[in-house]
Design a protein around this ligand. Structure first.
Ligand SMILES: C[S@@+](CC[C@H](N)C(=O)[O-])C[C@H]1O[C@@H](n2cnc3c(N)ncnc32)[C@H](O)[C@@H]1O
Length: 281
């Protein structure tokens, strides 16, 4: 198992690979994109995925967290249309965070593990995570962390992948525990983490499939075989995920039922941690 530092360095090398550089150019995105009818180029598709995951831009005064923020293009889009909101991006990779700071000077960034942040409980209105949660060690821990960070009624919105054969991408990228297979299991993980009934949409046909078909068509030699396997055997479900943290009254009732205590007792209090533990920019 790689340490966090080793994972970040391996990920940086993967992003800087000539093939990946060719795909994403200097867009700052690193996702497969959402290929609506009018979309012809990769950066456009990446931006469309961000818009679909986010649902809307942040409103004035809101606080949004982007978990697994890449090199900052999604945070830049969010912050650009909402200068009076607070957008925070976190990533394991220092190199990517440095690039994100240059790309999105209006947002704030920190080197942090999304599965165990040093951020204050109930301090975000929305947590987004685009094509990153399958990397987290583990996804289940991240979902618990996201629920802790959201205010009651706050929203989690993600693009995430359930793999059929994660090995094609590289075993190191996806912890064994994250390799759940069905949307039902995925929904159960969200509920176990404390979220209300989730909405899951399989958008493989508009995301993973067109991305791989395009790469396959452009590839030559051994690369063609790689993209064929990516297209046909690798992914079971590419998901758009939405869930809300229950409002305070519902959460308190759940805690009371589960722990036999009264609302407002220690069962509903969370330990306080400090944002200052992260490196802000
Ligand atoms: C496929 S990229 C997506 C980047 C970005 N969300 C986008 O759409 O352009 C996955 C990102 O997750 C980051 N990542 C992986 N594991 C992480 C972790 N445990 N905590 C924070 N970020 C992580 C990677 O460094 C990478 O930037």
């Amino acid at each position: 198992m790689l340490t966090a530092g080793e994972f970040a360095r391996s990920y940086d090398r993967f992003m800087l690979d000539a093939r990946m550089q060719q795909v994403y150019a200097s867009s700052g995105y690193f996702n497969v994109g959402y290929w609506g009818a009018e979309i012809a180029e990769q950066p456009e598709a990446c931006g469309e995925l961000v818009r679909r995951v986010a649902g809307r831009r942040p409103r004035a005064g809101e606080r949004w967290l982007d978990a697994g923020c890449g090199t900052g293009a999604p945070a830049h889009w969010l912050q650009d249309g909402a200068p009076e909101a607070s957008v925070i991006g976190i990533n394991l990779s220092e190199r990517q965070i440095d690039e994100a700071r240059r790309r999105a000077p209006g947002a704030r960034f920190a080197v942090m593990d999304a599965a165990r942040t040093a951020l204050r409980p109930e301090s975000f209105d929305t947590v987004i995570s685009i094509e990153a949660a399958f990397h987290f060690r583990t996804r289940a821990e991240f979902l618990g962390e996201a629920c802790r960070l959201l205010r009651p009624g706050g929203r989690l919105r993600m693009a995430d992948i359930l793999f059929a054969e994660a090995g094609h991408l590289g075993e190191w990228m996806t912890p064994e525990e994250n390799r759940i297979r069905t949307m039902e299991e995925y929904a159960a993980e969200l509920t176990a983490a404390g979220f209300g009934p989730p909405r899951l949409r399989d958008v493989t046909a508009w995301s993973w499939t067109p991305f791989c078909k395009r790469q396959h068509a452009m590839a030559g030699g051994r690369e063609r075989e790689f993209w064929r396997r990516m297209l046909t055997d690798t992914v079971r479900h590419y998901l758009l995920v939405e869930a809300e943290k229950p409002a305070a009254s519902q959460a308190a009732a759940k805690a009371t039922a589960e722990e036999g205590r009264w609302p407002g007792s220690a069962a509903t209090q969370l330990p306080s941690t400090e944002e200052s533990a992260g490196r802000w920019g």
